[in-house]
Design a protein around this ligand. Structure first.
Ligand SMILES: Cc1cc2nc3c(=O)[nH]c(=O)nc-3n(C[C@H](O)[C@H](O)[C@H](O)COP(=O)(O)OP(=O)(O)OC[C@H]3O[C@@H](n4cnc5c(N)ncnc54)[C@H](O)[C@@H]3O)c2cc1C
Length: 387
């Protein structure tokens, strides 16, 4: 009989299971409702032998040597510096917006003048937020900020979150960097790698441990039942008083008692072409006219697999609806005051059950990058106090 149940075999679940099995010597069962492991990081070769990320492109980047060293135990990695371009009025320019983008989109004289003004206004700075540009005392710099905001940012964000451009909060605007120079790296983290043989191989190796048992095609909500009055958990009809690390959604676990937690979802449309490369960069953003937000071409992640075929992915953001044929996967929690209050109700109600530990992007209703979710799963398992 198992000591611990882990619900979900995404990064949160797989890392937790490994830690508990290996270091705490516990017998762990992972219950995964999909037909495969890896959660949203699941990848495999498509019919053309191209490694495809089936739930959207994933690039590993971190500041933490400790997290990367931990992950290196489970697979080989190859250095990969992520580059993104934006299709602005039919022209491809680097994203984040930098001096090359400026030179591509503004007349030569104007571009030189703007670069001088920017370095005068923001001496010794290499990256600033678009909000800083919009607040500048220099009218030309301010106008430039407005142009970048309109061309690159506002419609993209509106599409992504399904809100009108005028409703976009300034805290979101504040996060968008403009690069004062020619640096065209998308991420600033010093550690940027891709797993040489894909993320699924990493998961396979991580959960290959004699103390770990995995059941796929297994919806935990059909096997775990909560008795709210008594604060008791049942598993397969019997009282379960040992730990459950839960990485699914809390509203689902509690049968939507307080209502459904809202998410944004994606319609992911894959297309295949008989050509060597479809586009110049791994990801090209389409901030304006198109209904999709970006196109990913997977061959750029693993160039050694180059062939005469290529596979691309277009992402169409949409509202999440569990019952709909499209958009039925909860990708991004919609973080606002109302939704956080709703989530807090679930979290408080869960406290009645002392042995369920929420972990990961669904269970904690927050956006985690991969490195952050690994860190979270490791520290949760440390704090469980299991001998
Ligand atoms: C489109 C997209 C792109 C991203 N790109 C990046 C990137 O480039 N870099 C980066 O660092 N991060 C990226 N992320 C974030 C990354 O996906 C997450 O950090 C990571 O997947 C979180 O892992 P998780 O285990 O919390 O969630 P998931 O990967 O969602 O895993 C949860 C698992 O639980 C299972 N589950 C849920 N309910 C049940 C149930 N009732 N019973 C059994 N199983 C259940 C699900 O099927 C799923 O497999 C991206 C996210 C998205 C959506």
């Amino acid at each position: 009989m198992e000591d611990i149940i882990v619900v979900g075999c995404g990064f949160a679940g797989a890392v937790a299971a490994r830690k508990l099995a290996e270091e705490k010597k516990k017998r762990v069962v992972i219950l995964e409702k999909r037909s495969h492991i890896g959660g949203n990081m699941y990848d495999s070769e498509d019919i053309n032998g191209i490694l495809v990320h089936w739930y959207g492109p994933h690039i590993f980047h971190t500041e933490s040597k400790r997290i990367f060293e931990y992950l290196r135990r489970f697979t080989e990695w190859v250095r990969y510096e992520h580059k993104v371009m934006g299709n602005i009025r039919g022209q491809l320019v680097p994203i984040p917006f930098n001096y090359s983008s400026l030179e591509d989109l503004f007349p030569e004289d104007n571009a030189s003048d703007l670069k001088c003004r920017l370095s005068r206004t923001f001496p010794n700075k290499t990256r600033i937020s678009i909000l800083e540009l919009l607040k500048s005392d220099d009218a030309e710099v301010k106008r430039f900020g407005r142009a970048v905001y309109d061309m690159v940012f506002v419609n993209y964000t509106a599409k992504q979150w399904g809100v009108p451009p005028e409703k976009i909060d300034s805290s979101v605007i504040n996060r968008v960097p403009v690069v004062l120079g020619y640096d065209n790296k998308y991420f600033q983290d010093p550690i940027q790698y891709m797993p040489t043989n894909g993320f699924t191989r990493l998961f396979d190796n991580m959960i290959s441990h004699p103390n770990i048992n995995v059941e796929v095609n297994c919806d935990a909500s059909k096997r775990i039942r909560l008795d709210r009055k008594r604060g008791r958990v049942y598993f397969d009809g019997k009282v379960w008083d040992r730990p459950i690390v839960y990485t699914g959604a809390l509203d689902e676990l509690m049968e939507y008692e307080f209502g459904a937690l809202p998410y944004r979802s994606l319609d992911l449309v894959f297309e295949r072409y008989k050509m060597n490369y479809y586009q110049l960069a791994a990801v090209v953003n389409y901030p304006n006219e198109e209904k999709f937000t970006r196109i990913t071409e997977f061959k750029h992640f693993t160039c050694e697999r180059a062939s005469t075929e290529t596979t691309i992915l277009k992402e169409y953001p949409m509202d999440y609806d569990i019952t709909a044929p499209k958009g039925n996967i909860p990708y991004y929690p919609i973080i606002n005051e109302e939704n956080l209050i709703l989530y807090a109700k679930y979290r408080d109600a869960l406290r009645r059950f002392g042995n369920i530990y929420p972990c990961g992007r669904l269970a904690e209703y927050r956006y985690y990058n991969m490195d952050a979710v690994v860190d979270r799963a490791l520290s949760l398992c440390e704090s469980l106090g299991i001998k």
